[in-house]
Design a protein around this ligand. Structure first.
Ligand code: 5GP
Length: 207
């Protein structure tokens, strides 16, 4: 598909355990035209994670070669591992008119916001610290050390929530999902986009 208009770049960030991936996956079921960007990471796969579906799992040396080669739109170190978003994949999709969603941390969001100010950023908050901790422990796929590290780092992530365009509290899942979908739908109706999309209609109505 090719259109005259670029798609919108959405970014969703959250502390580990806020339920971000579950929310994003449910959003993609409701809005299947959104393309999810698959990141590169040096983190080892969790049980059940697949190369190319959850992440492109790479060795540290390969990741460094990719950084040097300028392939990343943004990249950052998070919880001791490296993560990066492929520039070409995202830009190709946007140019085809597809909306693209990145699940990345606040550092990546800050880099992309500078390069592409028309992006849309959403921060997901857990309803309480106790609930964040409960959700992180319930996941069961991370070691105690990894969980403790992520809990500790959550404060650093949450301290950046105010920099985002939207904040959603993920207390009742369905409410949070409705909120996320409402953001996507509202962004798609912004007048700048609509004026381009409906140029012919507006011309006809003005004639
Ligand atoms: P996890 O290891 O739990 O999959 O992800 C850990 C953190 O890294 C999450 O906050 C996730 O959003 C973030 N992350 C995943 N991919 C990327 C990426 O490509 N860039 C950046 N900056 N962060 C990422």
């Amino acid at each position: 598909m090719s259109t005259d208009q670029d798609g919108t770049l959405f970014m969703v960030a959250a502390p580990s355990g806020a339920g971000k991936s579950t929310l994003v996956n449910a959003l993609l079921e409701r809005e299947p035209s959104i393309a999810l960007s698959i990141s590169h990471t040096t983190r080892p796969p969790r049980t059940g994670e697949e190369y190319g579906r959850h992440y492109y799992f790479v060795e540290r040396a390969e990741f460094e070669r990719e950084v040097a080669g300028g392939i990343f739109f943004e990249h950052a170190q998070v919880h001791g591992n490296f993560y990066g978003t492929s520039r070409k994949t995202v830009q190709d999709l946007l140019r085809q008119g597809r909306d693209v969603l990145l699940e990345i941390d606040w550092q990546g969001v800050a880099q992309i916001r500078k390069a592409k100010p028309d992006c849309v950023s959403v921060f997901i908050l857990p309803p309480s610290r106790a609930e964040l901790e409960r959700r992180l422990r319930r996941r069961g796929s991370d070691s105690v050390e990894v969980i403790e590290r992520r809990l500790h780092n959550s404060r650093g992530e949450i301290a950046h929530a105010h920099e985002f365009d939207y904040i959603i509290v993920n207390d009742r899942f369905e409410d949070a999902l409705d909120g996320l979908q409402a953001i996507v739908r509202a962004v798609r109706q912004r007048s700048g986009l609509q004026c381009l999309r409906h140029e012919a209609l507006i011309r006809e109505l003005l004639a």
